[in-house]
Ligand binder design. Structure first.
Ligand SMILES: Cc1cc2nc3c(=O)[nH]c(=O)nc-3n(C[C@H](O)[C@H](O)[C@H](O)COP(=O)(O)O)c2cc1C
Length: 308
């Protein structure tokens, strides 16, 4: 019989030790409350909470979800209650049910907004890592605009770096020709780590009405359809920089977690799969030691970036 205790699933993200590498991805897990009714969130490696902006946002007009084979396109547009309410209400509520360090996902429409969000998150004891989203494809003049150009990505990194002493992870966009250029720019500007990938810009058309399915026309594709692209990009970035990587994009099984780590990820996030099966993170965490046993892996950290 498998002794799960003998399998070491812990990983180290810039000094923040996670019991396992399974983290719900920002935007697919809210601030944890709904999922806490289904299982004890404390089994999770960490939680990357919903992208938080300085001001409250109602998001983009409906419809903003289009189902696709192997995934979905979303154009939620960073709907969130705003920095003040997140800090005064959401984080205390989450702190009552989740006792491990959190990943604070922040976004902005100007460098000043990113800085203000980072400064505020820096003061929150529960926040272990700050994850800066420079890759949201669903808002204009913000988000992805900073993540598709090495100079702008470096500018945001540099400014936010000065605003926090906590580990700083920059979340990269796959909607670029060469993701390693952006990764290297963030590394030079002082990032402690990188999260990748955000969603891929996509579009669906309703052939009866002859119009886009999504009100905003385009949105971000995520889910199993993008997994091979995410693995490829994590692999490329892992070879190009020395920073730890949180790998994501289409992960929906323990096998996917292992594959992403072999490509070079130190930890992983699970996004769209939470919307299909809200128990998926728990299932993956339970399956990991069983799969490690089959693959003769004793310590998960030994496989990070093992593929040459
Ligand atoms: C509905 C939805 C909302 C999202 N909102 C955010 C967000 O607020 N901030 C962010 O950095 N990423 C956001 N993402 C991107 C995910 O965190 C993740 O990077 C992406 O979906 C790829 O992973 P997946 O294929 O497992 O979903 C969102 C994704 C979805 C599906």
């Amino acid at each position: 019989m498998l002794n799960k205790e003998l399998k070491n699933t812990s990983v180290n993200l810039s000094g923040v030790i996670l019991d396992n590498p399974v983290i719900p991805a920002s935007g697919t897990f809210g601030y944890g409350q709904e999922f806490a009714r289904l299982y004890d969130l404390n089994i999770l490696g960490s939680i990357s909470f919903k992208g938080t902006t300085l001001e409250p946002r109602f998001g983009n007009p409906q419809p903003r979800i289009a189902e696709c084979p192997g995934g979905l396109i979303n154009s939620v547009g960073l709907q969130n209650p705003g920095l003040e309410k997140v800090i005064s209400e959401e984080l205390p509520a989450l702190g009552r049910i989740y006792k491990k360090p959190l990943i604070a996902n922040i976004s902005g429409f100007s460098i000043d907004e990113y800085v203000k969000c980072a400064e505020a998150m820096d003061r929150q004891k529960q926040v272990g890592i700050i994850e800066v989203n420079v890759s949201c494809p669903n808002v204009h003049n913000g988000g992805m605009a900073y993540g598709v150009d090495p100079k702008s990505a470096a500018e945001v990194t540099n400014a936010v770096r000065k605003a926090t002493k906590k580990p700083l992870y920059i979340k990269l966009s796959p909607n670029v020709t060469d993701i390693t250029e952006i990764a290297k720019a963030c590394e030079s500007a002082g990032a402690d780590g990188l999260s990748l990938i955000n969603t891929m810009l996509g579009m669906r058309i309703d052939i009866k009405s002859r119009s886009p399915v999504i009100a905003n026309k385009m949105g971000g594709l995520s889910g199993p359809a993008i997994f091979p692209i995410a693995v490829r990009m994590v692999y490329q970035v892992a070879k190009a920089v020395k920073l730890p990587i949180i790998g994501m994009g289409g992960i929906s099984s323990a096998k996917d977690v292992i594959e992403m780590m072999m490509a070079g990820a130190t930890a992983t996030q699970v996004g769209a799969a939470n919307l299909v099966n809200p128990m998926i993170c728990r299932d993956i965490i339970e399956e990991l030691p069983v799969l490690m046993d089959k693959l003769k892996i004793n310590r998960l950290e030994e496989i990070i970036g093992i593929v040459q």
